[in-house]
Design a protein around this ligand. Structure first.
Ligand code: COA
Length: 259
């Protein structure tokens, strides 16, 4: 696969997807969003991929937002299409059976933070800055930020970011639960890949179902969510993975998963 604004590398079952428009701080124009959608769909369907790490090219930015030059002339209809395209990318990540880990290596602003919010886990370089500055441009977040951020950190912390538009530093993002961990900049990718390695030792089918239970459950009442959980729990019993996982425990050995 070749893309203009993405780079993909593989290290065993870990795929690393790099958003690469460094001269524009990896801002997401429509071309990049379309490439991202295709890449996420391809990686999601690839049985050899266990975990996907998403990061940005260069040292300065993860993704500095949607491409403002592209948005600046949008009319009402086009604005709706722009928002929907970004949302398709974030939904494809959320609905992927593979765990996605964001390695936030610098500015994660606007659409960049929204991309990270759709990932299952987020790790940040100590120098990263995260925010939703849209209101300073006269728009609102359009790639899921108004919905996923309050679900993750609560409405108070989310509204602080959304209404002030001010970015926060990595340690503050850790404090409010926006990121799962903070690393020295030169250790971010290695640290994130270590977590990916840990996840890879778990059952792929169980990971996909656990992810589905959490993301879909967030949209449901507790009662509906529990019913969903019971259905997905039941599906694990149909998998050879469950038999191997439990057999390995009883035989005091590590499981050998079929991938
Ligand atoms: N869309 C389009 N271009 C962007 C961009 C974006 N979201 N973010 C950065 N760029 C471009 C800049 O226009 C500049 O391009 P140029 O060299 O052709 O002029 C280049 O990337 C470098 O950015 P610059 O602003 O010069 O870097 P900086 O270190 O002074 O500032 C930021 C860094 C991130 C604070 C600043 O670029 C910024 O505020 N970006 C916009 C963030 C934003 O509002 N995102 C939400 C969009 S909805």
């Amino acid at each position: 696969m070749t893309w203009k604004n993405l780079e993909l590398s593989r290290d065993g079952a870990i795929a690393t997807l790099v958003v690469s428009r460094p001269e524009k701080l990896n801002a997401l124009d429509n071309e990049t969003l379309r490439e991202l959608l295709g890449a996420v769909e391809t990686l999601s369907a690839d049985a050899g991929v266990g975990v996907v790490v998403v990061t940005g090219a260069g040292e300065k930015a993860f993704v500095a937002g949607a491409d403002i030059a592209g948005l600046s002339k949008q009319g009402v209809e086009e604005a709706k299409r722009n928002s929907t395209l970004g949302q398709r990318v974030t939904l494809a990540i959320e609905r992927s059976p593979k765990p996605f880990l964001a390695a936030i290596n610098g500015f994660a602003l606007g659409g960049g933070l929204e991309l990270a919010l759709a990932c299952d886990l987020r790790f940040a370089a100590a120098t990263a800055r995260l925010g939703l500055p849209e209101v300073s441009l006269g728009i609102i977040p359009g790639y899921g930020g108004t919905q996923r951020l309050p679900r993750l950190v609560g409405s108070g912390a989310a509204l602080q970011l959304i209404l002030t538009g001010d970015p926060i530093q990595a340690d503050e993002a850790l404090r409010i639960g926006l990121v799962n961990g903070v690393f020295a900049p030169n250790e971010l990718l290695e640290g994130t890949r270590k977590i990916a390695q840990k996840i890879l030792t778990r059952g792929a089918n169980a990971l996909a179902l656990a992810k589905e239970a959490v993301w879909r459950g967030l949209q449901l009442t507790l009662e509906q969510g529990l019913a969903l959980e019971a259905d997905l729990f039941a599906q694990t019993a149909a998998s050879p993975e469950m038999r191997e996982g439990m057999k390995a425990f009883l035989e005091k050995r590590k499981p050998t998963w079929l991938r």
